[in-house]
Write a protein that binds this ligand. Structure first.
Ligand code: ATP
Ligand code: MG
Length: 702
């Protein structure tokens, strides 16, 4: 079960010092990392806790632990593994005070980050048409990916505004709020290693070996993180594939892997090439190679198939996104009939938006599915509210938590009042929880006075926390009437929000029973938001839906790549940007294709609605010239345009007096017997007699 080929074995047993494993998709890179860790423990006697494995997602870290457990038993559990973010957070929990942060600092999510920046610009009277908040955030992120602090970044002027100064101000505000953003976690961990010799020595001495998967996607600050951490022993093993570098837009720099040998000046670097692919059938690999072949600037690698030939990949051209979704559903159902489990199937797409039509159809067809990524659980409004209450009871709340629920449910504290509360809290110099205790004792004026009952309630709940089985959350939400106030969303939505809160409640219970402290719980919630989690419920078998970016490192029996069209893959943004962007999109398609073990379907649509506008995309430039012996193309029957005399065709936007706006998916029959299938935005799919349907054509114009 655990066999390795010769090259893999050599990489596993390579001695100390930097080791580079550069190899193509499915060649066993991740497997080699796992075995190398096992080897270090079993043959070299390295203690598991002195090995650090850096992965790209929390799920990959869990997977690695699982595989290690299989390989070497329980000892695998002691290996420290996680993402750059999670590991940085661990280091900072211990040492953040050296950077002027309290150790109890919290992570700000992207929503709150945006609010903070907007507020900052508003205070300076900078309108968003002069400097868009998203642009400023993007620029700051760009500096952070490069590891540049405000005083190290190059001066950048935009409409006469000094962005560097705003970056400095943003950091000052975060510090005051005792918050770090996701990129700060990594930058600040690097600062510990760069600026504080004692801590650097301690961190370096903490591990004997560091191993990194998916190294092609590290950005400069992550790269610095690794080199500083390994500066003493140089025991850094990295594995990656330059053809799978897909995070250039987040500052990842593929040169780190291509120049790895040169980066370690004067130190011998072991290099290893794995050339056999164990994952995919030769037919799938042939397509993958045909796609990636056209990219210049790549390390040409040999990738020999080891498996027997299989089914040729297919490309299905569909009429529109609903036709596409139905064809995908049919295709997956057929695989299911052939005995493939739902969990071994995946639908991958370029843009999360594409999941909408897919979800509607999968639901209609009663097919179990899960969306990995998308709007995360912890980003939901009610969950953020509930967590703020929870943090307040448990004394790990900061000003942002308090301000979030100041008027939830309504306490007559409007926007002005909230500003007053913020100002008074700021002037008090107290932490949010302490300030509330102070209010509970009867202090506070104006808007703050209105918070007294809440403050007193918190004190009461906290006093009996030991006796509360719910760890205080539900009690708090009920006694503040927060749960009642959800009714204002309407009954259905209120129920679904309450359901989410109950899910949070049981998550809290399970986690707290593990002996986790409240602040550790808040950390977990924050990391789950950073886009690195997935809430995969391993018990259930469901089709996996996710973006191509999320699919990195994974494998499935059957893979569908949806929307392989110009405008989606390559994405319009990349088309506007030019060669570099397009090359990255091509790698993204390569990543998608190489996820498939046995069966691969690519789909495209002749027309697709994007943000309400109808588009008529061309097939992706990456596949349109691929020979038929590599990729078999099937065209959907174009629907007969029988009702064209009514000014109606497939793809027309229509409106109906009671069903509202919709798009025509299908026209059948002719004359008075014409039936029309319309996907309505509000009520879903309806099949109507055209004669009686009273449809108004909105697009194309008659
Ligand atoms: P990716 O580039 O997609 O991350 P990878 O190089 O990390 O791929 P793995 O996921 O480690 O590849 O391996 C791909 C598949 O091949 C896995 O199912 C793995 O178990 C299998 N595999 C790897 N090496 C061998 C081997 N020597 N013998 C049999 N199966 C192998
Ligand atoms: Mg891998």
């Amino acid at each position: 079960m655990f066999e390795l080929n010769h090259a893999q074995q050599q990489a596993v047993e390579a001695g100390d010092g930097p080791q580079l494993i550069l190899a193509g998709a499915g060649s066993g890179k991740t497997r080699t990392i796992v075995h190398r860790i096992g080897h270090l423990i079993a043959a070299h006697g390295t203690a598991p806790h002195r090995i650090l494995a850096v992965t790209f997602t929390n799920k990959a870290a869990a997977e690695l632990k699982g595989r290690l457990g299989d390989l070497i038993g329980d000892g695998g559990g002691g290996v420290m593994s996680g993402t750059f973010h999670a590991l940085s957070l661990r280091f900072l929990r211990r040492y953040a005070d050296a950077l002027g942060y309290p150790k109890s600092f919290q992570v700000i999510d992207s929503d709150d980050q945006r609010t903070l920046v907007k507020r900052m610009l508003k205070l300076r009277n900078i309108a968003s048409d002069r400097l868009h908040p998203a642009y400023l955030i993007g620029w700051i992120e760009h500096c952070k990916h490069a590891g540049l602090l405000p005083d190290q970044a190059e001066t950048q002027m935009w409409s006469g505004i000094d962005l560097r100064e705003l970056y400095a101000e943003y950091q000052a505000q975060l510090l005051q709020l005792e918050r770090m953003d996701f990129s700060d976690l990594i930058v600040n961990a690097v600062r510990l290693l760069r600026e504080i010799p004692d801590i650097a020595v301690a961190l370096r001495a903490r591990f004997d070996h560091v191993l990194v998967d998916e190294y092609q996607d590290t950005n400069p600050v992550q790269h610095e993180w690794l080199t500083l951490l390994c500066a003493e022993h140089h025991n850094l093993t990295v594995v990656g594939d330059d053809d799978q570098s897909i995070y250039g837009w987040r500052g990842a720099d593929v040169r780190h892997i291509l120049d790895f040998e040169h980066i370690w000046a004067g130190i011998a670097v072991g290099t290893h090439r794995l050339e056999e692919n164990y994952r995919s059938t030769p037919s799938i690999l042939k397509l993958a190679n045909a796609v990636i072949h056209d990219n210049s600037n790549r390390h040409v690698k040999t990738l020999r198939p080891t498996r027997k030939d299989g089914i040729k990949p297919e490309w299905q051209v569909c009429n529109d996104e609903y036709d596409e979704a139905r064809k995908i559903a049919r295709f997956l159902n057929a695989r299911r009939d052939q005995g493939v489990a739902w969990r071994d199937m995946a639908i991958l797409y370029r843009s999360n938006r594409q999941s909408l039509a897919l979800e509607q159809v999968l639901r209609q067809e009663d097919m179990p599915y899960q969306i990995i990524g998308g709007v995360g659980f912890f980003e939901r409004l009610e969950i953020k509210d509930a967590l703020s209450f929870w943090a307040l009871i448990n004394r790990c709340a900061d000003a942002m938590h308090l301000l979030r629920i100041v008027n939830k449910p309504k306490r007559g504290i409007g926007l002005k009042g909230q500003e007053q509360v913020a100002a008074q809290l700021g002037a008090s110099g107290m932490r949010a929880s302490d300030w509330l205790d102070f209010l509970a004792e009867g202090h506070g004026e104006g808007a703050a006075k209105k918070l007294q009952p809440l403050a007193q309630l918190i004190v009461r709940v906290r006093a009996k926390l030991d006796q509360l089985e719910d760890y205080g959350l539900m009690t708090m939400l009920e006694e503040t009437s927060y749960i009642n106030s959800l009714q204002s969303f309407g009954q259905l939505e209120a129920e679904s929000r309450l359901e989410n809160i109950r899910t949070l409640q049981s998550y809290i219970e399970i986690t707290m029973q593990e002996g986790v402290t409240p602040i550790e719980f808040m950390d977990r919630a924050a990391l789950l938001q950073s886009g690195e989690e997935d809430n995969k419920d391993a018990e259930q078998s469901q089709v996996n839906l996710m973006s191509l970016h999320r699919a990195k490192g994974l494998e499935f029996d059957t893979v569908v790549l949806a929307g392989v069209e110009d405008g989606l893959l390559p994405h319009q943004r990349a088309l506007d940007e030019g060669e570099t962007g397009i090359a990255e999109e091509r790698r993204l398609l390569y990543v998608g294709i190489t996820r498939a073990e046995n069966v691969l379907l690519l789909t495209s649509a002749r027309q697709r609605k994007i943000f309400g506008d109808m588009h008529f995309p061309l097939p992706s430039r990456f596949i349109k010239n691929i020979a038929a012996d590599t990729l078999h193309c099937k065209q959907a029957n174009t629907v007969k345009m029988t009702a064209i005399s009514h000014g109606l065709t497939v793809g027309s936007s229509v409106s109906h007096p009671s069903f509202g706006e919709g798009v025509v998916l299908e026209l059948e029959g002719s004359g008075n017997a014409t039936r029309v299938s319309v996907e309505f935005e509000r009520v879903g799919l309806k099949r109507l007699m055209l004669k009686y349907a009273a449809l108004k054509v909105k697009y194309p114009p008659k």
